[in-house]
Design a binder for this molecule. Structure first.
Ligand code: 9MR
Ligand code: 9MR
Length: 613
């Protein structure tokens, strides 16, 4: 079956031009070149996103063709700019202006090297010295020329807005109106006002079957359930993007229902989930339920068609600490918006403190999936990183040294964040707030943690034939979010010390990877790039009757685990780690979307837009 993006995406642009307004939004010429015969270009697109018409049926074939791979959106003028070239005989490359084919740069290709995750021998073209804004094509003798790409000062504005808007498209408990959602308007589903306490969560104050209300929140992913652990890292990452780069977001207009109020839109969007999270805390003891879910995954239906009963399932230590951390962050970030949210900042801090107390009293209560529940697990049997993160955020917000003592920083190392591994979220918060910490804080240690991690990531890039810090073991479920979480750590470290240009370049390489400098030749963000996922595992995208995928969502990406293959009628195009990606609705292990995957896209696109000089 062929699905075409074209009409769908253009309508999206028309209806929400506001979404790209801060990205320049000017109509652009279509690329003069297409990257495979299965691709043709749209006639008009936002400044930093070229829409595409791709045939999913042809995807697998094209994915295995030797093509020039580069960031399909483009670059800021002074960014490092690399393209991956199959190991052809040619030793030079040329960059031409797409409009008139005039040559603007020639350069030498690097020697060929093999990149293990794709088992490909490739050369690199470095065209960083090209800094003039414009639309270009890269050519190497003996191979099809590249997709057209841009150099633009507003390179990632539309991408960032689109990535946040995706959260709006995943809102539970609300109708999406045409004025905000365009052709993706839909009826409300999952009101969240009648949620049963599951027997795993029963207490004397709230026995099994008690009805509680917990509306709003974001659907976790392609499914309609809501999980605190994954909401924790996702909401934090959005709030951190704002906290680290507030000025960038203050002028952004996402055309969401709250647009135009006194609050930046990214904070309006995060509030949708924070209100739900607050309702996930048991007011009787401070503990937080692990998830709000139906018993089983629904069919591939629209939200309003899934009317199955909803349950609060088991309180657990990691969920409660993630909640504590996020509420501590939110308390300080929304404090300036007291007029819009009277009393909320204080309420959030109290919620954070009582959650933290509950966790100290219940330090090792881990989630165990009840036998009658089969939705996502998000089980995590180690809460030391969640304790560290919550202590760090409570310390930053309250300046109470007791939390710093709890953190015990010399025992906490740094790694790349993921939903079960959150200690480094504390490090980047501490780093950002370093100047306002009390004398108790070891400021050199905080900086060293970030530098140490950044140095290891930079070294991986230096050793990579693709020029990206990704090795075989980086390819697992949601690998694209792993890539972007590496970039987030690098950008937080770079923000502390902008003499470390390798941090910035390495972060750029990871965004490049996700946007097309990868062996599948996909830009993994729906609607943003020349060839983008058309068949994400996402119930609204599948059930809305509209061809293609709702825009702004990051697909999970290459995952050689292929945990879905027995249910997929079509095979993956390859078993190699970085090529193990299937643009088919069946592929929840490589082509689902998730809030914790989109959130670092929000962070990284904003931070690169702001920090690249
Ligand atoms: O749709 C579900 C997706 O959100 C989950 O990530 C995935 C793994 O837990 O499971 C999906 O649901 C599938 C289920 O596990 C097996 N039967 C088919 C379901 C829909 O594809
Ligand atoms: O992102 C999660 C991944 O790390 C796990 O390996 C996988 C299987 O447990 O589950 C992923 O999370 C899914 C969640 O369980 C249900 N909603 C969809 C999530 C993304 O696929």
């Amino acid at each position: 079956m062929q699905t075409y993006k074209h009409a769908k995406y253009l309508s999206f642009i028309t209806l929400s031009s506001i979404l790209v307004a801060c990205g320049g939004g000017g109509a652009t010429k279509p690329p003069s070149t297409t990257i495979s015969s299965a691709v043709s270009s749209a006639s008009s697109a936002p400044a930093s996103s070229v829409s595409s018409v791709a045939s999913s049926a042809a995807s697998s074939t094209a994915a295995l063709k030797a093509l020039i791979k580069l960031n399909q959106i483009g670059y800021k003028p002074s960014a490092e700019k690399l393209a991956v070239i199959p190991a052809v005989a040619a030793t030079t490359f040329t960059v031409t202006k797409t409009s008139d084919n005039s040559v603007v740069l020639t350069g030498n290709l690097s020697a060929a090297q093999t990149w293990s995750p794709a088992d490909e021998s490739v050369k690199l073209a470095d065209f960083s010295s090209l800094t003039a804004e414009g639309e270009y094509t890269l050519t190497v003798a003996g191979i099809e020329k590249s997709a057209s790409f841009k150099i633009a000062t507003n390179a990632y504005d539309a991408l960032n807005a689109g990535a946040i808007k995706a959260f709006y498209f995943n809102r539970a408990s609300t109708e999406l109106l045409e004025t905000h959602a365009g052709i993706y308007k839909r009826a409300a589903g999952h009101p969240g006002t009648k949620v049963y306490i599951h027997k795993s969560a029963a207490t004397a104050a709230r026995p099994e079957g008690t009805i509680v209300s917990a509306p709003k929140g974001w659907y976790d992913a392609g499914d309609y359930n809501l999980y605190i652990v994954n909401s924790g890292i996702s909401t934090y990452t959005m709030l951190a993007a704002y906290e680290h780069h507030a000025d960038y977001f203050k002028t952004q207009n996402l055309n969401i229902p709250e647009s135009g109020d006194a609050v930046p839109d990214v904070l309006n969007e995060a509030m949708w989930n924070l209100e739900w999270m607050l309702a996930m805390q048991d007011p009787n003891d401070g503990g937080v339920y692990h998830k709000l879910t139906s018993k089983n995954f629904s069919g591939m239906v629209m939200p309003d068609a899934d009317t199955s009963d909803r349950f609060m399932v088991q309180k657990a230590t990691p969920a409660t600490l993630d909640f504590a951390a996020v509420m501590a962050v939110a308390s300080r970030i929304y404090a300036p918006y007291e007029a819009t949210y009277p009393g909320l900042s204080a309420k959030m801090l109290n919620a954070a403190k009582s959650a933290y107390q509950w966790a100290k009293a219940n330090p090792a209560l881990y989630y165990v999936q009840p036998s009658d529940i089969s939705t996502g697990g998000y089980g995590d049997n180690n809460a030391t990183d969640e304790f560290a993160w919550a202590a760090a955020e409570l310390y930053i917000t309250t300046k109470d040294n007791a939390y710093y003592t709890d953190l015990n920083p010399s025992a906490v190392t740094a790694d790349v964040p993921s939903w079960p591994g959150v200690k480094s979220l504390g490090w980047i918060s501490l780093a950002h707030n370093v100047d306002s910490l009390t004398g108790a804080a070891d400021k050199a240690l905080i900086k060293n943690r970030l530098d140490g991690l950044a140095t290891t990531i930079v070294a991986k890039k230096a050793a990579s034939a693709y020029g990206v810090p990704l090795v075989d073991s980086d390819f697992n479920w949601g690998s694209n979010s792993g890539a972007l979480n590496q970039a987030m750590m690098l950008l937080a470290a770079y923000k502390l010390d902008n003499s470390k240009t390798d941090y910035l370049k390495t972060a750029q390489s990871l965004l490049d990877y996700v946007l097309g400098r990868n062996p599948t030749d996909f830009s993994y963000v729906t609607g943003f790039g020349v060839r983008t996922p058309q068949n994400i595992h996402h119930r609204p995208s599948e059930a809305d009757g509209i061809a293609g995928s709702i825009p702004g969502f990051l697909a999970g990406g290459a995952n050689p685990g292929q945990q879905d293959k027995s249910g997929c009628g079509v095979p993956y195009p390859s078993n190699l780690p970085a090529k193990s990606y299937l643009d088919n609705t069946c592929s929840y292990a490589s082509n689902e979307i998730a809030i914790n995957w989109n959130a670092p896209l929000v962070y990284v696109s904003a931070a690169l837009q702001v920090l690249t000089p």
